[in-house]
Each structure stands twice: as structure tokens, then as C-alpha cells.
Design a protein around this ligand. Structure first.
Ligand code: 13P
Ligand code: SF4
Length: 304
């Protein structure tokens, strides 16, 4: 089937099935273009909790679709590519959280949404890269345990010198790989450009950043700031919406080959059509786990 026909079919089925298509900012351009909402993890989970659609087609990685199911259990949540996983979420098994809770009794556990439903179910509250600093600030405790991203934890630590942010040593391979040398070389090549980093980057990279933001935070900054040139320290997919929304501005990437999340690139228009035609692949969660995970996600959504 040709591309236009596939899109037409997707739109017909979407209407018929009262479905909504959500896409993360890193998804391929043609997927972003057909989505009802494109956004960062926080915007997408908020939308999933508020929509009156009957079916949510989630174009992203598995933890994102799972989060949609956690907040909207009565809806059918479909992920067009079953094997689209987040390498960071896969680093932390629930048994490890149990062990850490035993090691640090009474310490609140703040878990990045880039985690499995089982891990969320063992957490006190969730956070995303857009609200992690705010969420941690709601605790008066001196010690907080952040899971599973050590780089996000070390970024949050900068805001709370009086607290000790404990962490699990997980990371996003694609953000963690960006080196300060690559950033310095991009800055040298583009001396007028402002550098914006994602908090999943290493502390040495964050030190070089003019701004630190979530993916949608980067989109807002690019639009609002008066500068013309930007070096973008996040997954390469974000350059598409950045350039589309700001055609007069220039965006550079310090390590385009390395910072590419393969799972985010798997969704094709055919997969979205298949999801709507055959209900593939439905996200099913154990209700006990979902309910516990919901408490942690709900607490986050009440704070933001
Ligand atoms: P955002 O919530 O900033 O979009 O980040 C999600 C993610 O997976 C970053 O790698
Ligand atoms: Fe996970 Fe990293 Fe991919 Fe984001 S870019 S979905 S953190 S593996």
C-alpha cells in the first residue's frame, strides 16, 4: 500500500475506533506527523490520563505505553512494535528495588518513569526528566533514593546540597555515551550556539550546558530563546520537531551516530495501521501491580 493510502486508512480507523495516537518526540518523522499528540514522557502520560478516547495507540517504547495503561486501565492501550524497549528501564529488575529498600529503610523512593510497571509498583512516587527536581523537592527527608538513572539523580543532587540523593547505577546508553570532548568540539565548530543537554547526560556534559531540559523543554527553549543556533544534547530524533517548528533557526548535534535509540526508530506507518486493524500489540498488566504502580504515577501527576 502506498504511504498516502496507509495514512488515510489510519485516519479512518482512528475515527471509527475512537482512538488517539500518541507519539514520543524521538519517533520517526512520519509517525510524529500523524500523531494527535507528540510530546515528552510527562505530556504523554498526562494526555493518557485525561483523554476520553477508547483506544490509545502509543508510539514510543514499552514503559511509555505501560504508563498509559497504568493511568487508563479501562482503555485499550496498543504499542505498534512489541519489541520497542527502553534499555535503561531493562537495567533495573524489581528484585533489586526490594534489596535497595531493605538497605535504605524509610528512605523515599523516587522512580523515573523509564522503568517497568513492577519497579513503579515498588516506588513511592514517579518522576520524569521534566519534573524530577520538583518531585524530589516535595520531600523533607534528608535522603532520597532515585531509580534507575544515576545521571538524573546526580543532576537533581545539584539542586539540593542539604540532601543526599542515593541512586542505582542505571543509565541510558545513548545519552551516557555523549562525551564532554564531543560537546566542546561542537561548541568550537559553532561558537554562537547555545548548548542544551538532557538530564540523562553525564555530569561532565551537564557542566558544559547552558540549559538542561526534557525533550519538550528543549522544544520550548528553542522557540522562546532569542538565539539562532543550538547544540542539542539528546537523542537525534528531536532534531526533526526542532527544525520543523523553527525553520529559521539552526540545530546541531554533537554525536548523531551514537545518540540514536534503535527502539524509538522501529515504528512504521504499517505498524500503526496494523495496531488499529488487529489490536496488536495490547498492553496487559497484572491488576495488583497496576494498582500499586498507579499510586506512584498518580502522586507524580498530582504534583505537576
Ligand atoms: P523525555 O521525558 O525528556 O521526553 O525523555 C524520555 C526519554 O526516554 C529520554 O531518553
Ligand atoms: Fe530509554 Fe535511552 Fe531510548 Fe530514552 S533514549 S527510551 S532512556 S534507551
Amino acid at each position: 500500500m502506498e504511504k498516502e493510502r496507509i495514512i488515510e486508512r489510519i485516519m479512518e480507523l482512528k475515527e471509527k475506533r475512537k482512538a488517539i495516537i500518541l507519539a514520543h518526540n524521538y519517533q520517526p518523522p512520519e509517525i510524529q506527523d500523524i500523531a494527535d499528540l507528540r510530546g515528552d514522557s510527562l505530556e504523554l502520560s498526562l494526555k493518557a490520563s485525561q483523554t476520553d478516547a477508547e483506544v490509545i495507540v502509543f508510539c514510543g517504547v514499552f514503559f511509555m505505553a505501560e504508563t498509559a495503561k497504568i493511568v487508563s486501565p479501562q482503555k485499550k492501550v496498543l504499542i505498534p512494535v512489541a519489541g520497542a524497549c527502553c534499555d535503561m528501564a531493562n537495567m533495573l529488575p524489581p528484585e533489586e528495588v526490594v534489596k535497595l529498600r531493605e538497605k535504605y529503610p524509610g528512605v523515599p523512593v523516587v522512580t523515573y518513569v523509564n522503568s517497568t510497571a513492577e519497579v513503579k509498583a515498588l516506588s513511592d512516587v514517579c518522576c520524569t526528566s521534566a519534573n524530577a527536581v520538583k518531585i524530589v523537592g516535595t520531600f523533607s527527608d534528608k535522603r532520597i533514593l532515585m531509580l534507575p538513572d544515576m545521571n538524573l539523580a546526580r543532576y537533581v543532587q545539584r539542586f539540593y546540597p542539604d540532601k543526599e540523593i542515593l541512586y542505582f547505577e542505571g543509565f541510558c546508553p545513548f545519552h551516557h555515551m555523549l562525551t564532554p570532548e564531543e560537546v566542546l568540539s561542537a561548541k568550537k565548530a559553532h561558537p554562537k550556539a547555545v548548548f542544551i543537554a538532557h538530564p540523562e547526560c553525564q555530569p561532565e556534559v551537564i557542566d558544559l550546558a547552558d540549559y538542561v531540559a526534557s525533550t519538550s523543554g528543549m522544544l520550548r527553549l528553542a522557540k522562546e530563546l532569542p538565539y539562532e543556533e543550538f547544540i542539542i544534547g539528546t537523542e537525534i530524533g528531536l532534531l526533526y520537531p526542532l527544525s520543523k517548528e523553527n525553520p529559521q533557526k539552526k540545530f546541531y548535534h554533537p554525536a548523531p551516530e551514537k545518540m540514536l535509540c534503535p527502539s524509538m526508530k522501529k515504528t512504521r506507518l504499517e505498524d500503526v495501521l496494523n495496531a488499529l486493524e488487529r489490536d496488536e500489540f495490547e498492553v496487559i498488566l497484572d491488576e495488583e501491580i497496576r494498582k500499586k504502580a498507579y499510586q506512584a504515577v498518580k502522586r507524580m501527576l498530582e504534583i505537576v
